[in-house]
Design a protein around this ligand. Structure first.
Ligand SMILES: [Zn+2]
Length: 245
């Protein structure tokens, strides 16, 4: 199964195989380049891969579990972050996603900034002795993530803007000039996997949005093939406008 940033790999061991060393391995294509993620005991029955996102990019990941016991190595079936899908299901999903891409690229180009979950620790807002955050405003170095830069390098993609809604300006309200929240509904690719607070930038207008709500469309109820996303326009004075494109 997959969460937004983590994958939980679970297994059951046949009786008699519960004394060996157990390894979880990962590969990007399920065929080659397997690398071992960690050794654990057979008792725990699960392993959490917290590095599902590499270099800010979400890719499909494949896993297998191996047990070494009495000099023999026993290997599980390969599973992917899409769960148990057949090769033909995956092939069809690929075609759908390719078509989605061809359609979306006729619309608005975007830069997708994924919020950092690892990297160099920010020294601007973190007290080095206590590891606690200092200050209450959003840090201009890490944008509140605690990691320098705040975001992984941007990925280029496209969105199709559907409905735009905006609150009617109330002239009597305090804080004249503050822009009211504008919400847009867009259609986007299903990858990289998005999370609330990831940043979407339209480089042509430099409008910057936070992801508000997200719904994936699935093929066969298993493979995410597109996303319906609600975006919240950031106010012009938001610190996230200082992020270089
Ligand atoms: Zn910071």
């Amino acid at each position: 199964m997959y969460g937004a940033l983590k994958a939980r790999i679970m297994w059951k061991v046949q009786p008699g195989f519960d004394r060996g060393n157990l390894f979880v391995s990962k590969s990007c294509d399920g065929i080659n380049n397997w690398h071992q993620l960690g050794e654990t005991t057979t008792k725990s029955g699960e392993f959490i891969d917290t590095k599902l996102i590499a270099r800010g990019r979400w890719d499909e990941a494949y896993y297998k579990v191996e047990i070494q016991q009495n000099g023999q190595r026993y290997t599980s079936d390969v599973i992917s972050t899409f769960g148990k899908i057949t090769r033909s299901e995956f092939a069809i999903a690929r075609v759908i996603m390719q078509h989605e891409w061809e359609t979306l690229r006729q619309f608005t180009p975007i830069k997708f900034f994924k919020l950092r979950s690892d990297g160099e620790r920010c020294t601007n807002c973190m007290d080095e002795d206590t590891g606690q955050k200092v200050g209450t405003s959003l840090c201009k170095v890490c944008y509140g993530t605690g990691f320098e830069g705040g975001y992984y390098p941007a990925l280029d993609s496209y969105m199709h803007i559907g409905q735009i809604s905006s609150k009617i300006q109330d002239a009597s309200r305090e804080g004249v000039g503050a822009s009211d929240p504008v919400t847009i509904r867009v259609r986007m690719m299903s990858y990289p996997m998005m999370e609330n607070s990831d940043l979407i930038v339209s480089p042509l207008s430099d409008k910057r949005y936070l992801i508000d709500t997200l719904d994936y469309g699935f093929f066969n109820g298993k493979v995410p093939v597109h996303a319906e996303v609600q975006l919240q326009l950031l106010a012009r004075n938001d610190i996230r406008y200082t992020l270089p494109l």
